[in-house]
Design a protein around this ligand. Structure first.
Ligand code: ABN
Length: 186
């Protein structure tokens, strides 16, 4: 009987030691430390404040807009042709083609030459100079084809003419989509 009790004692002691080892003060302190450091560092991480991805939705072939959920004002939705920056835009929205408002999709590069537009931001009532760059190196993306022509001029005013393939000066002249970069207040 005594040996049985000894055996049970030893097993119980081993089990308790194992639990104490796994969930001891040190491991509690480690977890607390991770939580504290994580909580302090997380807010410092960079994140996109542009609002471009605030409305997570996919657009259809011609800029379908929000799918379900709250409707986004098209003038503030970079995935729709009516977005304010696109007032002199001609091409496929890079935001619908794996790129962003200002960045070409992977595997393409910005055109070396571009055209500009002057667009009014309805949120602050100011006009901005917008540079439109075609993204080159892949065939047309096919999504969200938009053609807006505010203050657009024929080819004899080349810098404000949107109806040509601006990839012509790049190594590959294949046109994929177009970005819209704000370059200044007009
Ligand atoms: N600038 C956009 C574009 C590309 C190819 C053909 C016409 C217009």
């Amino acid at each position: 009987m005594r040996r049985l009790f000894d055996f049970i004692d030893r097993r119980a002691e081993r089990a308790v030691r194992q639990v104490a080892h796994q969930h001891g003060r040190r491991s509690l302190l480690t977890r607390l430390g991770v939580a504290l450091v994580g909580g302090a560092v997380l807010p410092m991480l960079p994140f996109d404040r542009s609002g471009q991805f605030g409305s997570a939705h996919a657009a259809g072939a011609h800029g379908g807009g929000a799918k379900g959920g709250a409707k986004v004002d098209p003038h503030n939705d970079p995935m729709q042709c009516e977005y304010w920056r696109y007032c002199a835009f001609d091409g496929n929205l890079c935001t619908c083609c794996g790129g962003t408002l200002t960045q070409c999709p992977p595997g393409t590069e910005a055109s070396k030459v571009s055209w500009v537009g002057t667009c009014m931001n309805p949120n602050d009532g100011r006009s901005y100079l917008v540079s439109y760059n075609d993204c080159c190196g892949k065939g047309s993306c096919g999504n969200c084809l938009c053609n807006n022509n505010e203050r657009e001029r024929p080819g004899y005013r080349l810098g404000v003419h949107n109806d040509i393939n601006w990839c012509m000066a790049n190594t590959s002249s294949m046109f994929h989509c177009t970005t819209s970069v704000i370059v200044g207040v007009a």
